[in-house]
Design a protein around this ligand. Structure first.
Ligand code: AMP
Ligand code: MG
Length: 481
């Protein structure tokens, strides 16, 4: 495993040089061999466990903790940073370079009161959720390895410790920009922007106004990301600006969760008391976060502040319009109708309205819809208590769908490739973690396999398609790391 580290070319204040703290008795509980191979890593290397536990530093690695600030629930916190994560370095591949970061690898200068460690439960959660997201086609950091440290961490009770090795296009956040902008260190903001452009958007280097272009690029990536979250019912849960990437990848899986029943107001996170990060609020929060980034870059967008404001506002306005359109497109595709027709939006909204009224399961409902075209409505009707409205909606829908699509079988296949059969449901993840805490990792490995192929139904995994019963329902999720 050969690593480099471009971040250390930046001034000292951007990071702390810090090695992972060793752990006593590590064991590798999950390893993502396909990802390792795609990164060109030697999966047979006997040192892997030592690297992923932080007990040995790979060749070429200069481990660092990154410095950043951020808005948490709308309030600015001027000092955050990697308090329990250490960046080992970057791997170069044909598709660009990727950060390799340990999470739960010991204290850094940014740990504040924290122990720099992670419990095993959240490591397993992040592993499963991020793998699921990747295989659903959603940009995300990925899990390369999960290690049980053999040590205990003190949370509400003592829990086994874990370390996740994750891979991302970078760990640059809006909060990284905010750190320097809030201190009016404009030269550093510029260095960071140039670094981000070089790393993620080299194609804009030659543009006339590349800081405005940077804002546009991040807006575009985030618009794509959030619209994809909405289409699969993913709630990030802590869209603070320090968890909002420049690369447009989903990152920092904390109290995130997938919807069971459809509800735009749904909140799982125990700390999101006002529902700021509710499912349906995610597009507008993304816009809020982009406005924070715009604030950091504004001085470089134009010397005339009115003009700079006008240009940045245009980017934010376009973001909202683009994101709404993308969401409509994705949602219309989920029900097999053309998203560019106004009347089809009404058809979509009517469906969502009756789903909300009936508290129907988001994933099961969309998955069951194409079966109706093949003459089997049972699974769909199971999701609705009041059936009259659904009947009349289905008539309209079938008429539209059949008029727009000549080949119904082809459409059914398309719909089964956009509406997943399997999502990582909270209650299932909780079962996996409970077993893992008894040293049984078989269910974890099985669930990883299930989420890695989410669109193809398999008899042996049919139980993973079930919505939770009332007793099984997880009502709250916790940061808990
Ligand atoms: P998060 O809400 O998970 O994005 O984390 C917010 C901040 O808290 C980041 O600066 C983390 O590095 C820090 N943090 C969270 N948990 C710990 C921990 N156990 N030890 C040290 N720092 C932590
Ligand atoms: Mg974070």
């Amino acid at each position: 495993m050969k690593l480099s580290n471009s971040y250390i070319g930046l001034p000292e204040e951007f990071y702390q040089l810090i090695k992972p703290s060793p752990v006593k008795n590590p064991s590798l509980i999950a390893f993502n061999e396909d990802l390792a191979i795609s990164l060109g890593l030697d999966a047979e290397n006997s040192s892997l466990l030592e690297y992923f536990s932080g007990n040995k530093v790979p060749r070429g690695s200069t481990p660092i903790a990154l410095n950043y600030a951020g808005h948490q629930f709308g309030n600015f916190v001027h000092q955050l940073g990697d308090g329990r994560a250490i960046l080992l370095g970057e791997v170069s591949t044909n598709s660009g370079s990727y950060d390799l970061q340990l999470k739960g690898s010991g204290q850094t200068m940014f740990s504040r009161q924290g122990d720099g460690r992670s419990a095993l439960g959240p490591v397993i959660r992040e592993y499963i959720l991020s793998e699921a997201m990747h295989h659903l086609g959603i940009p995300t950091s990925r899990a390369l390895a999960a290690v049980a440290t053999g040590e205990y961490v003190a949370r509400d009770s003592f829990e086994p410790g874990g370390i996740l090795t994750r891979v991302a296009k970078s760990h640059l956040r809006v909060g990284t920009f905010e750190y320097f902008a809030s201190r009016q260190q404009w030269e550093d903001v510029k260095l960071l922007a140039d670094f981000a452009i070089q790393r993620h958007f080299p194609e804009i280097r030659e543009s006339d106004n590349h800081y405005l272009e940077l804002l546009k690029k991040v807006a575009d990536k985030q618009s794509e990301l959030v619209s994809k979250w909405m289409s699969v019912g993913f709630i990030h849960g802590v869209m603070n600006t320090d968890n909002f990437t420049i690369s447009g990848e989903t990152i920092d899986y904390g109290p995130c969760a997938f919807l069971d029943e459809y509800d735009p107001g749904k909140v799982f996170s125990s700390i999101d008391q006002n529902g700021r990060y509710a499912f349906g609020n995610q597009p507008s929060i993304a816009s809020w976060n982009l406005a924070s980034l715009a604030g950091c870059l504004i001085a470089f967008i134009n010397k005339d502040s009115d003009k700079a404001n006008e240009l940045a506002t245009e980017v934010l306005d376009n973001f909202s319009v683009d994101t709404n359109q993308r969401i409509l497109d994705q949602m219309c595709r989920k029900i097999g109708i053309n998203g560019s027709k106004e009347e089809n939006h009404t058809l979509l909204r009517n469906f969502l309205k009756i789903m909300l009224k009936n508290q129907s399961d988001y994933t099961i409902t969309f998955r069951a819809l194409p079966q109706v075209l093949l003459g089997d409505s049972d699974d769909l009707f199971d999701q609705f208590k009041e059936r009259a409205e659904l009947h009349s909606w289905l008539e309209d829908w079938q008429q539209t769908v059949r008029a727009e699509n000549e080949d119904v079988n082809l459409l059914v296949n398309d719909l089964n490739e956009i509406n997943p059969a399997y999502i990582p449901r909270n209650h299932q993840i909780q079962d996996v973690i409970d077993l893992a805490y008894e040293n049984n990792f078989s269910k974890m490995l099985e669930m990883i396999e299930v989420v890695q192929d989410p669109f193809k139904e398999k008899d042996k995994y049919s139980s993973y398609m079930n919505a939770p019963t009332e007793d099984q329902k997880v009502k709250r999720t916790f940061c808990g790391t």
